[in-house]
Design a protein around this ligand. Structure first.
Ligand SMILES: Nc1nc2c(ncn2[C@@H]2O[C@H](COP(=O)(O)OP(=O)(O)O)[C@@H](O)[C@H]2O)c(=O)[nH]1
Ligand SMILES: [Mg+2]
Ligand SMILES: [Zn+2]
Length: 294
């Protein structure tokens, strides 16, 4: 039988399959082969026999994507929860993590929260619109009014997908998840609190069923592992820069020659918003320096 690992508690894997949830252990043979089952894995398993309380996982399917902290496999999309105020909108942090999500080969989506805290004509909305203009899917979320119309399209993108929520502390990840999963998510958090564990210890490695797919929370950006990212990775995965053609294959888009670099040409034509390019230059520098100290 085949199923998806929803969570792992010590040696027990909770597997969702067509018939419901079954608890399984992994075979010792996996440890020899250096294979480890993680949350999100699609696995093959034998159901519990007569007297046994648990079944056995017999095989792990190849992963189409993998996040390391928290360790979750087969993620279709990462939703970056980004508040427009408290904490204030920070394009650099956002752009950095959008780059990393693309680097992992995962689709990126932005949900801007706390839109109720700024005026309709606030300049922040121009920045938000720029993401949409360059082709990134964005949503505006007001968690104070979870029943409002804006939630319907947001609900739709989560249908049949495995989505991971991330973002800065205080951006509204948990509040958004509570609004999507009022019963399940809150209950889990209440339990982990009662057990005296940190809020995230039980939830961050757990998939919750939603709209035919799954959702997982993460402790936030700080957990992302960026050390393997090179300046060239940044160049190739930053926002939508890969849609522009450059004369060099390994172009870092930092030579001031629009005949060679399609990105520089697009920037000069204002097709790329200025803040997105200046964040890029800063990011490139951050990762160049990082390599230097390695
Ligand atoms: N005004 C307003 N406050 C929000 C919104 N979303 C979250 N908050 C508040 O922001 C604070 C941090 O939210 P939380 O979900 O704990 O953030 P997390 O650290 O990303 O999980 C809480 O006090 C929430 O009530 C929103 O859309 N509007
Ligand atoms: Mg939280
Ligand atoms: Zn270039």
């Amino acid at each position: 039988m085949t199923g998806v690992v929803m969570k792992i508690l010590s040696e027990f894997c909770y597997i969702k399959h067509v018939g419901g949830i079954v608890v399984c252990k992994t075979k010792g043979i996996f440890r020899h082969k250096n294979m480890k089952v993680i949350t999100g894995d699609v696995v093959e398993f034998d159901e519990p026999q007569d007297q046994e309380a648990y079944g056995m996982i017999t095989d792990i399917y190849d992963r189409k994507s993998e996040l390391y902290r928290p360790q979750i496999a087969n993620i279709d999309q990462v939703v970056v929860i980004s508040s427009v105020k408290d904490p204030n909108f920070d394009s650099y942090i956002l752009n950095k993590y959008l780059t990393f999500i693309s680097y992992l080969g995962i689709k990126k989506i932005i949900a801007f929260t706390k839109v109720d805290l700024i005026k309709r004509d606030d300049v922040i909305f121009d920045y938000i619109d720029d993401y949409q203009k360059i082709g990134i899917e964005i949503f505006r979320i007001n968690n104070i009014q979870p029943a409002s119309e804006e939630w319907e399209p947001f609900n739709q993108i989560l249908v049949n997908k495995t989505s991971v929520f991330t973002g800065q502390t205080g951006a509204g990840k948990s509040t958004t998840l509570n609004n999507l999963l009022p019963n399940v998510f809150q209950k889990t958090q209440a339990i982990s609190k009662a057990l005296g564990r940190g809020k995230h210890t039980t939830t961050s490695n757990e998939l919750f069923e939603f709209n035919g797919g799954f959702i997982a929370d993460t402790p936030g950006f700080s957990s992302f592992e960026l050390k393997d990212v090179t300046p060239l990775d940044v160049a190739q995965h930053y926002l939508n820069f890969n849609q522009y053609e450059c004369k060099f294959n390994d172009c870092l888009h930092n030579i001031d020659n629009e005949k060679i670099c399609g990105v520089v040409a697009a920037k000069n034509k204002n097709e790329i918003p200025a803040f997105m390019y200046s964040d890029y230059v800063k990011l490139l520098l951050e990762f160049t320096n990082k390599r230097g100290v390695k």
